[in-house]
Design a protein. Structure first.
Length: 372
């Protein structure tokens, strides 16, 4: 009987990403009851310490699915209206006409028109994602900065709007998810981190997933190397970092095993109701931070290949770290991958990222992992 997973092909694909220039990466792929876990490269370029598939990792905006699920639980309980204007809950944070027209749904699917606060919190990233005139110096300046989320929200709300509320394509913005965290706090009487921990992370039985309580990643983990489009050469380690700059938008620490478990249970209707899952999978076009137009639902987005079933999940990056978790709609085939280098593409004279061998190697790994 042929195995559902080709372990040799997966081992070769993950090794090729390392050979293409990724210091280290690790992954878990599942097909029914069969599981493959693999790792290639190093967790520390100075000592040569290897990465292992059970390491904990900053998973970036994959956090957004957890936060969206928490909000939808409160929608199910009647405490939040999905199409209720955010100004009814947080009038001081989103005042005036925009508070009356931006709904909770628009925050979750990035169609609020609210700008990204990052270029204002990190001044040297002022042109991000139009990258021709950026620099990495703000990354070092804010390693241990403790940001106030309401101040970050104010930066995004007072910045020029990037679209009309409800208009498409939407524009991906962390401002939306910091507002959702404040909304959760308003209606539950506890912090978003505590609510998500109790009602999403613990409900899913995740053993190695948590919000950081300080600048460190607890437990075995990799260093996280940021290149900032070749402007940091050699790439610098940002594994020690205060994550208040993104909070419940992108600060979660997890493992590839926990991510696969979470998405498997989510798509099975065990974290939120089946009707809420239908809402999560209603997509609109959204412009990503990389400037690409993607289909985006409520904290979920699909990946589809011709003739193949859709996969649902989320990717994410932080300074130096990245992750992608995708699960087939029937929950049987899954992939979660963690990377310890980010923004490896150098820029051309127009500020556009140039191709890099890592790009094609990752595409191959994802294809083998999802479709065999």
């Amino acid at each position: 009987m042929r195995n559902a997973l080709d372990h040799a092909e997966l081992n070769a694909a993950i090794e090729n990403v390392h050979r293409a220039g990724m210091p280290g990466l690790f992954a878990e792929v599942r097909d029914g009851d069969e599981v493959w876990r693999g790792a290639a490269g190093v967790a520390d370029v100075d000592t040569g310490r290897p990465v292992t598939a059970d390491m904990r990792h900053r998973v970036g905006s994959t956090t957004k699915t957890f936060t969206a699920a928490a909000v939808l639980q409160q929608v199910e309980s009647g405490r939040i209206g999905l199409d209720t204007p955010i100004g009814q809950y947080l009038p001081k944070l989103v005042p005036g006409e925009r508070g009356d027209t931006i709904t909770v749904r628009m925050l979750i699917n990035h169609t609020s028109g609210l700008a990204e606060y990052l270029p204002y919190a990190y001044p040297s990233l002022k042109a991000y994602p139009a990258l021709a005139d950026t620099g990495p110096q703000s990354l070092d300046e804010h390693r241990l900065t403790r940001f106030d989320p309401t101040e970050l929200i104010e930066m995004g709300v007072t910045a020029p709007a990037v679209g009309a509320p409800g208009g498409t394509p939407g524009v991906y913005s962390n401002t939306n998810y910091l507002l959702l965290a404040q909304l959760l706090e308003q209606v539950t009487g506890t912090t978003a981190e505590r609510y998500i921990t109790r009602n999403v992370i613990e409900r899913a039985g995740l053993q190695d997933t948590q919000f950081p309580t300080g600048p460190y990643v607890d437990g075995p983990h990799s260093q996280l190397y940021e290149s900032w489009f070749g402007m940091i050469d050699p790439p610098r380690d940002y594994s020690v970092y205060d994550m208040s700059w993104v909070g419940p938008a992108a600060s979660l620490i997890s493992t590839v095993t926990d991510l696969n478990r979470f998405y498997r249970l989510l798509l099975a209707g065990e974290i939120i109701s089946p009707s809420s899952l239908v809402q999560m999978q209603r997509t609109v076009p959204v412009i990503s931070q990389e400037g690409k137009t993607i289909d985006y639902g409520l904290g979920l987005h699909p990946t589809e290949a011709p003739g193949q079933a859709a996969f649902w999940g989320h990717g994410g990056t932080v300074w130096g770290g990245g992750a992608l978790a995708m699960t087939r709609a029937d929950g049987k085939r899954q992939m979660a991958v963690a990377l310890n280098l980010q923004r490896w593409n150098k820029l051309d004279s127009c500020g556009k990222p140039l191709p890099h061998p890592i790009d094609d190697a990752l595409v191959t790994l994802y294809r083998v992992a999802m479709y065999g």
